[in-house]
Design a protein around this ligand. Structure first.
Ligand code: SF4
Length: 307
């Protein structure tokens, strides 16, 4: 059996940047004897969270900020790649907290665009999950003056297009679904213009992240050439779920795992090639661990067979 790791897998550059900032902050703070906190899990991957927590990074929620400002005022608080709404920065400033901003620059850019369209009085529609951390940040920059939808059905419920409308996406949503909804909104609005009900065309901005979408095509090829695919991702990762579903369409023998213990060895019966891939938040070191586990098991079985 040949086991291969998809060479396009591993962290996206935005996650690499965030993890680097966290490690640098930890190194510096250890020297200075300061504690380091992060607002929400650093990424949607329990293995990497555990690794950084062992290095001293403590995950906190917004309700902990006041206590930290009171009891641990020299501490540093990291803002993760998903970003935060302006209210979080304001309360950290009021509490005099030392904030390290590790928001992915692409998310910052998206926040700026949402802010700009809000200031120009556009109706803003965001394709995303209302309670996802990134979307909470986007809602914050436009004072929650936006509609958040995650399905075509939800798009169909929107009837008021009196104002110029802009349609954008949470960075990690499925690009194909975004375009399906865009096509629907486009034709609905064109129809309303033809009927003389409104004047303005839809402004659509595909803000899905290329670091995710550019993985899809090579990943599908990788899934096609392997008998079995093990897709490793945190269960809460949006791009993990989406990339896994894409793999499954071209190779029904694709299996999603978060932890090595979830592997069912029967999956490999008759397989000659096994491919391992993962989300943009799956660390390379864990993919290597999964590979070693499968290879060890295979060798052990061979030895058992020889004996
Ligand atoms: S997926 Fe894209 S937006 Fe999200 S952290 Fe990675 S590079 Fe940034």
């Amino acid at each position: 059996m040949k086991v291969t790791i998809d060479h396009k897998s591993g962290f996206c550059w935005g996650v690499v940047r965030t993890v680097d900032i966290a490690e640098e902050t930890l190194n510096q703070s250890h020297l200075e004897g300061k504690n380091v906190y992060i607002l929400g899990h650093i990424i949607h991957n329990p293995k990497e969270i555990e690794r950084l927590e062992k290095r001293g990074l403590t995950t906190i929620t917004h309700s902990d900020l006041e206590r930290i400002a009171k009891d641990d005022k020299d501490a540093k608080v990291i803002i993760r790649a998903h970003g935060e709404p302006p209210a979080t920065y304001k309360s950290a400033e009021n509490l005099n907290l030392d904030v390290v901003d590790a928001t992915c620059p692409l998310v910052t850019n998206l926040q700026n665009r949402v802010r700009k369209y809000h200031e120009q009085n556009f109706q803003i529609i965001i394709f995303g999950k209302k309670e996802h951390a990134e979307v909470i940040g986007l809602r914050g920059v436009c004072n929650d003056q936006c509609l958040v939808i995650k399905t075509l059905d939800e798009a169909m419920q929107i009837t008021d297009f009196d104002r110029q409308t802009v349609f954008m996406s949470q960075t990690t949503m499925d690009k194909h679904q975004f375009h399906k909804v865009k096509e629907y909104l486009d034709s609905k609005i064109k129809n309303m213009i033809d009927l003389g009900e409104i004047d303005n065309k839809l402004l659509a901005r595909d803000t899905t992240c290329r670091a995710v979408t550019s993985r899809e095509e090579p990943l599908l090829n990788f899934a096609r050439i392997n008998d079995v695919v093990i897709f490793v991702s945190g269960k809460n990762s949006s791009n993990g779920k989406s990339l896994y579903q894409s793999c499954l369409k071209v190779n029904p023998k694709t299996h999603f795992i978060e932890d090595i213990s979830e592997i069912d060895w029967a999956w490999f019966d008759g397989a000659e090639t096994v491919g391992i891939s993962g989300a943009t938040s799956t660390p390379q070191w864990y993919l290597e661990k999964v590979k070693a586990e499968i290879e060890n098991k295979y060798n052990i079985d061979e030895i058992a067979l020889v004996n």
